[in-house]
Design a protein around this ligand. Structure first.
Ligand code: PLP
Length: 448
């Protein structure tokens, strides 16, 4: 083993030889070797800085290297790095109690996992046990994780490579008002939620359906906000048929949308809430399944068929406790809301200058900008599931932003603007300035 210095070149070469990166053809990659980060920024070995307008995988809500969060992990490491899930441990107990207090309604007990997918797996299995039914209703424009069950719930094309997946998953259409799959009549059965779900249940037999799982605000698959009344309508249908409602707030939870939880915008409480990412800003792998009072009571007398070596890992839970305290002490949710308003106002101005902006959707710091070739026809700048040359118009825009020091990503034709919740006004303005420049590249494809 070479004990020499880790230069940028060495990191790149060893990475290329030995590391398998997610969702990619390995030979096509050229990842930037990252040397460090602070707040909303990270940098390479040459000191070139990038404004992280993604919060990495929309998880680094408190930014890079928050000193209090780093210190909490260090302190827990000194006290107790690991104890099995069968023991009662302070950071685990404290985090579960904090989550019960912060989450809406009667959400109460939590099971801790190492991320979002595992939490969704446990939610589905638990819903099946509680109801004695097996089917799960999920949506097409969704991402629930990369394990077998979570990938089967997922609608995103990444599911195709994992099919046939687990059995019993049926899928409903999404309240994508900008491109409504039902043509958006008034009232729209799909975008109002309940009527579409009810029709599907009729064909599936509601007595076989254990759960409905949705992202209250769709993250990865295009930043889709449901119309007012949608979640309430799903809630009512689920209650009528004894179906468990699961909200996957892995991306949207913990301040991302300018409220503690996305479902708070509409005052709807699920039976099971799934969180991860912003729960501890991803400093240590962590996810949580939080269940309501009724399921908590059920668990007191019934077996919970779930467990992992790292369920409720003390380092992860301690970082969760610290993260939630920091959010409260530093007014992070308020900052998300205020900076989101600034970002939204800036984007509205950009839309006046850039015809390729077809739609802007967002609250807090959870924005999507949908790029089109024509505002009247809404033809997307790149098609659904575009890859290679077909995706180039967006790829070039992202590359140009990176060259100007702003890290952005997209879901096909939708730019994702999800900076750390601790971002400041100058940083928002800097990103808007770069967007103004690079959107000119999208405008070149405009056919208005
Ligand atoms: N659910 C949602 C809504 C997500 O956005 C993600 C990840 O992006 C997941 C679940 C999966 O979480 P993880 O990657 O931690 O397993």
């Amino acid at each position: 083993i070479d004990a020499g210095a880790w230069t940028a070149e060495r990191v790149k070469a060893v990475d290329k030889e030995y590391v398998i990166h997610s969702w990619s053809v390995q030979g096509s990659l050229d990842p930037i070797p990252v040397a460090g980060g602070s707040g909303s920024w990270f940098w390479d070995y040459d000191g070139r800085k990038y404004l992280d307008f993604q919060s990495q995988l929309v998880n680094l809500n408190l930014g890079h290297q928050h000193p209090r969060l780093v210190e909490a992990i260090r302190a827990q490491a000194e006290e107790l790095c690991y104890i099995g899930p069968g023991f009662a441990e302070r950071s685990r107990a404290e985090l579960a109690e904090m989550i019960a207090n912060l989450t809406p309604g009667d959400l109460k007990m939590s099971f801790f996992t190492t991320g979002g997918a595992a939490a969704n797996e446990n939610a589905v299995r638990l819903a099946r046990h509680v109801t004695g039914r097996h089917k799960i209703v999920a949506r097409y424009r969704s991402y629930h994780g990369a394990t077998a069950g979570a990938m089967s719930l997922t609608g995103d094309p990444r599911r195709w490579a994992a099919e046939p997946g687990i059995s019993g998953v049926v899928r409903m259409l999404d309240p994508y008002t900008y491109r409504c799959p039902a043509g958006h009549p008034d009232p729209c059965p799909v975008c109002s939620g309940g009527p579409h779900l009810e029709e599907l249940l009729q064909y599936e037999n509601p007595e076989t359906v254990a759960a409905v799982i949705v992202e209250p605000v769709t993250g990865t698959n295009g930043l889709l906000y449901p119309p007012d009344g949608y979640l309430q309508s799903l809630r009512e249908v689920c209650d009528r048929y004894g179906i468990i409602l699961i909200f996957d707030e892995v991306m949207a939870g913990f301040g991302r949308t300018g409220e503690w939880f996305a479902c708070n915008h509409w005052n709807v409480t699920p039976d099971i809430l799934i969180t991860a990412k912003g729960l501890n800003s991803g400093y240590v792998p962590l996810g949580a399944m939080t269940v309501n009072e009724r399921i908590s009571e059920w668990l007191r007398t019934n077996m919970f068929w779930g467990g992992m070596t790292y369920a409720g890992h003390p380092l992860a839970c301690a970082s969760g406790v610290a993260s939630l305290r920091i959010m409260q002490d530093e007014g992070v949710v308020d900052n998300s809301r205020a900076m989101g308003e600034r970002l939204g106002a800036g984007l509205a101005k950009l839309a006046e200058r850039h015809p390729s902006i077809g739609d802007i959707r967002g609250r807090g710091l959870f924005y999507g900008v949908e790029l089109v070739k024509n505002r009247a026809t809404k033809e997307p700048l790149v098609p659904f599931n575009a890859k290679g040359p077909a995706a180039a118009p967006v790829g070039k825009l992202l590359k140009a932003a990176m060259e100007r020091g702003v890290y952005l990503t997209a879901n096909f034709n939708v730019l994702r603007l999800t900076p750390p919740l601790v971002i400041n006004a100058a940083e928002i303005d800097l990103a808007l300035g770069v967007l103004d420049e690079v959107l000119a590249l999208a405008d070149e494809h405009y056919q208005g």
